[in-house]
Design a protein around this ligand. Structure first.
Ligand code: MN
Length: 425
C-alpha cells in the first residue's frame, strides 16, 4: 500500500488556478490519467493521447516529455517505482513556483474542449459481487428462502464479463432485447427489456500483470493495481432472472458497461484508506485473503452518488436529481487486494488494463442503494421524482450519472469525476 509522500501534501497548490478551487475533483493531489484528444477531431487522424486532469484542464504528458507513448497500457505496465517517479515529476511540474510553468502551460487543453475515450485497452473484464447489502437485498428478491448463498462470506464471488461493449462516460446504448419469463407464464417471451437497471460500482484497473501459473500474494496485490474508475454495470433484470441459473449473468449484462474517463491512481487514494473489519460473528478470511496491511488499511473511503436526468427534465433544462448517496467502506465485504489475490490464486494471469468490477456498492440504508432493483424493491415501489415523474426501472431517454469523491480531515478532497450514460429506444 502506498505511503503518504510529498505529492499528498495538503499545502501543495498548482499554478493551474482551477486546480486550487474548493470542491474541484482534480486538485494537484489527485493527478488521474485518461486518454484525450481535441473535441471535434474524430474526422481527422488525430489519435488519443495520455493526459492528466488538473483542475478543469488536461495536461498532455507526451507534449511535456514525461511519456514517449500514446498507449496507456504501456504506462500501466510500468513498475511501481517508475509510476511513483512519474507522479512525483507531474506534481513538481504543476506545483506553484515550478520553472516548468511557461513550457507546460502550452500543453494544456480545457477539459470542456477535450474528447475522452475508454482510458485503456481492456482485454478482460471480471465483475465481482463485494456489496453485501446489495447481495442480500437482491438475493431476497430472487430467492426469499436463501438470500445470501453459503459461499458468500468465504469466496469473493465473481463472473467473467464482456470487454467489447465497455464505453466511456457519455455512452448512449440501445435498450437490450431478449428472453424474459414472467413467474406465472408457461413459456418465455421475446422483446425489449422492461426492467433495465444500473449498478453503482468501482472499476479497478490492473497495472502490471502476473505470469500464468504464478498467483499474486495478497501482500503484493495492490502493486498490481493501477487505479480506480467509476463503473456503471447496466443490467436487464428481467433477462437476468430467466437466464442466470446455473452459470450466472450473460445477456443481462454484456450489452453495455460504462466507465468514467479518469483513472485515479492507488497512490492518489493513499490518504483515504480505511480499516477492513469483519463482524465478530462472520468467518475471518482464509489466510490467502488475509494480511496485516489489508486489515489495517485495505478498504477505501469513497463517497458515491447516483443522479438521474429524464428526457423531460433535460428538455425543460432541469438539473439531474440525486437518487442516492453512500460510502464504499460500509458497502464492500472484500477489498481490492483480496479480489486480486483471489482472481490469481489458481494461477489465472491478469494483464495490464484488465478491469475488475467491485460489484454494486449499496450501503446498509435504503437511501444508499446502488441500483433501482433495491431502491424500488424489485419494481414494487416506484420512486417519485421532484417533477412528478415516476420510475421503477429506466425509461428511454433517461441519463444516469454516478459521481465519486474522497473527503477527510487533513487531506485535500479528490474526486473520481463522473460517469454518465443514456438509454435509447
Ligand atoms: Mn455488477
Amino acid at each position: 500500500m502506498t505511503a503518504l509522500n510529498a505529492t499528498h501534501d495538503p499545502k501543495l497548490r498548482s499554478w493551474v488556478a482551477s486546480a486550487n478551487a474548493a470542491g474541484t475533483d482534480f486538485p494537484i493531489q489527485n493527478l488521474p490519467f485518461g486518454r484525450f484528444r481535441a473535441a471535434g477531431s474524430s474526422n481527422s487522424d488525430e489519435g488519443f493521447r495520455i493526459g492528466v486532469a488538473i483542475g478543469d484542464q488536461v495536461l498532455d504528458l507526451k507534449a511535456v516529455g514525461l511519456v514517449d507513448t500514446d498507449d496507456m497500457n504501456v504506462l500501466m505496465n510500468a513498475s511501481v517505482k517508475d509510476r511513483q517517479a512519474l507522479r512525483a515529476a507531474i506534481s513538481a511540474g504543476l506545483a506553484e513556483g515550478s520553472d516548468k510553468q511557461a513550457a507546460w502551460s502550452k500543453a494544456l487543453l480545457a477539459q470542456a474542449q477535450a474528447e475522452m475515450t475508454v482510458p485503456c485497452r481492456i482485454g478482460d473484464y471480471t465483475d465481482f459481487y463485494t456489496g453485501i447489502h446489495h447481495a442480500t437485498t437482491i438475493g431476497k428478491l430472487f430467492r426469499p428462502d436463501q438470500p445470501l448463498m453459503p459461499n458468500y462470506k468465504w469466496v469473493p464471488i465473481g463472473y467473467h464479463g464482456r470487454a467489447s461493449s465497455i464505453g466511456v462516460s457519455g455512452q448512449v446504448f440501445k435498450r437490450p432485447q431478449g428472453q424474459t419469463k414472467a413467474p406465472d407464464a408457461v413459456t418465455p417471451s421475446f422483446g425489449p427489456s422492461k426492467r433495465l437497471d444500473y449498478e453503482l460500482e468501482l472499476g479497478f484497473l490492473v497495472g502490471q500483470g502476473n505470469a500464468l501459473g504464478q498467483p499474486i500474494a495478497i501482500g503484493e496485490a495492490e502493486d498490481h493495481l493501477f487505479g480506480v474508475t467509476l463503473l456503471n454495470d447496466w443490467s436487464a433484470r428481467d433477462l437476468q432472472a430467466w437466464e442466470y441459473q446455473p452459470l450466472g449473468p450473460f445477456l443481462a449484462k454484456n450489452f453495455a458497461s460504462t466507465l468514467s474517463p479518469w483513472i485515479v491512481t492507488m497512490e492518489a487514494l493513499a490518504p483515504f484508506r480505511a480499516k477492513f473489519e469483519r463482524p465478530a460473528e462472520d468467518p475471518q478470511p482464509l489466510p490467502y485473503l488475509d494480511s496485516a496491511s489489508n486489515r489495517e488499511g485495505g478498504a477505501l473511503d469513497i463517497t458515491l452518488e447516483v443522479l438521474l436526468q429524464t428526457a423531460k427534465m433535460r428538455a425543460e433544462g432541469v438539473a439531474p436529481v440525486r437518487l442516492t448517496r453512500g460510502n464504499t467502506t460500509e458497502a464492500a465485504y472484500w477489498t481490492a487486494a483480496q479480489l486480486v489475490a483471489h482472481h490469481t490464486v489458481n494461477g489465472c494471469n491478469l494483464q495490464p488494463g484488465d478491469l475488475l468490477g467491485s460489484g454494486t456498492l449499496s450501503g446498509p440504508k435504503p437511501d444508499e442503494a446502488g441500483s433501482l432493483m433495491e431502491l424500488t424493491l424489485g419494481g414494487k415501489q416506484p420512486i417519485t421524482l421532484p417533477n412528478g415523474e415516476k420510475r421503477t426501472f429506466l425509461e428511454d431517454g433517461d441519463t444516469l450519472i454516478m459521481r465519486g469523491y474522497c473527503e477527510r480531515a487533513g487531506a485535500v478532497r479528490i474526486g473520481l469525476g463522473e460517469v454518465a450514460g443514456t438509454v435509447s429506444a
